[in-house]
Write a protein that binds this ligand. Structure first.
Ligand code: SF4
Ligand code: F3S
Length: 86
């Protein structure tokens, strides 16, 4: 799965949402949580590992799970936790 990390915080460019073929990046701008969420997240159960989102992000916030930089490894769980219970 792909993971959104720290550089997204406060940026929320959302170009990733536009290119994702399975719409697994949330909250998108039409969703109620968009304004209050400090970043966007990728649903690990829905991501098909197509890789389209990675180059679309202007601040290089997105990495394949195994390539997430050491200091941002905690975001793997942060992304998954956003969808827990939904
Ligand atoms: Fe969506 Fe593909 Fe990115 Fe996964 S890798 S979040 S399926 S664009
Ligand atoms: Fe965030 Fe980059 Fe997407 S800033 S919303 S991960 S395009």
């Amino acid at each position: 799965t792909y993971v959104i990390t720290q550089p997204c915080i406060g940026v929320k460019d959302a170009s990733c949402v536009d290119v994702c073929p399975v719409d697994c990046i949330h909250p998108s701008s039409g969703e109620p949580e968009f304004e209050t969420s400090e970043q966007l997240f990728i649903n690990p159960d829905e991501c098909i590992d197509c890789g389209a989102c990675e180059p679309a992000c202007p601040v290089t916030a997105i990495f394949e799970e195994s390539a997430v930089p050491e200091e941002w490894k905690s975001y793997i769980k942060v992304n998954a936790d956003f969808f827990t219970g939904q």
